[in-house]
Design a protein around this ligand. Structure first.
Ligand SMILES: [Zn+2]
Length: 309
């Protein structure tokens, strides 16, 4: 009898413990469920904001109050953001009040992607110096001794040093928002370490909307804007990278082909490996644009961006 009662009370204790475990499990699962639901709602809200922000940029309506409200909305998510990548890359923030200005006079912004290249970039820099023209370099990684000197020379001679990509490997760069930020972090750190200047503007490899990032570009651009960065596409292309060996004469013709009444021209060119014809075409391009009435300036984060839609 005594042992049976003892057995009975042991069973009661076990049952009570089990019940406690089950109740705690239910509470935990419930909490987890509601937390996930809250997180999903937050993510939906952020996605919708990214969508309207990028749509506003695409429409060219980027200096309105609505845009500023959206920017401050994104900044509020700096720490408690629901996406992991927002808590990473602590160094990738730029102070920016997004007060864009349009140039008063007809202005041309010459831009060079994919350099510095040890052969092409020095020639480009020599020409710019000769004509006293300042330009913008959207750079990739070049770890050679000459490359290191070229990043510094770009800065020393008054041009804007900007970020393009570390690897230029589309499938890797555009695999996820995180991999984009990882690549950007590498080129940004390299530029800053080499020149002492932290790049504040950038250009997406392949332009802001391309075959490789179609499903991700709104999220990536929203995240970069949230961090204070401005990106620039172009409204004139010198078509120097459409195929190998485009002649200097063709490059010049393309670069000068745009409507000469445009107030602002952002010209896409390349100073990466193999682009000797671009360097060769550059004097004619500068002279031609000057004849169309343009003055030249480097891009800064105050210049209203040209963004693809
Ligand atoms: Zn490129």
């Amino acid at each position: 009898m005594r042992t049976r009662r003892k057995a009975f009370s042991t069973a009661k204790v076990v049952a009570a413990l089990l019940l406690i475990v089950i109740v705690m499990g239910v509470i935990y699962a419930g909490n987890h469920f509601f937390r996930l639901q809250g997180q999903r709602e937050q993510e939906d809200k952020e996605n919708a904001m990214v969508g309207s922000l990028v749509a506003a940029m695409e429409a060219g309506d980027v200096d309105g109050d609505e845009y500023k409200n959206m920017v401050s909305f994104f900044k509020g998510f700096k720490k408690e953001a629901s996406f992991d990548y927002k808590r990473k890359y602590e160094n990738l923030y730029v102070e920016n009040d997004f007060n864009f200005k349009e140039p008063q006079e007809k202005t041309c912004y010459l831009t060079f992607d994919d350099g510095p290249d040890n052969y092409v970039t020095p020639q480009v820099l020599d020409t710019l110096k000769k004509y006293n023209v300042k330009a913008t370099f959207f750079t990739i990684y070049n770890g050679s001794e000459q490359g290191t000197e070229l990043y510094k020379r770009i800065v020393r001679e008054g041009h804007t040093i900007a970020a393009h990509t570390y690897t230029h490997d589309y499938t890797k760069v555009y695999e996820s928002v995180d991999s984009y930020l990882d690549d950007f972090d590498k080129i940004s750190s390299h530029i800053e370490k080499t020149t002492g200047v932290k790049p504040e503007i950038f250009r997406f490899p392949g332009g802001s909307i391309n075959y490789f990032n179609a499903s991700l570009y709104r999220q990536i651009s929203g995240e970069m804007i949230r961090r204070g960065y401005v990106y620039y596409d172009w409204n004139i292309s010198a078509e120097d990278a459409v195929r190998a060996g485009v002649s200097a004469a063709d490059i010049t013709r393309y670069a000068l082909s745009g409507d000469s009444s445009m107030q602002k021209k952002i010209v896409l060119m390349h100073d990466g490996p193999g682009h000797r014809n671009t360097a060769e075409a550059l004097p004619g391009i500068i002279e031609g644009l000057a004849k169309q009435g343009y003055k030249f300036a480097p891009l800064t984060k105050e210049v209203m961006p040209v963004v693809f839609s």
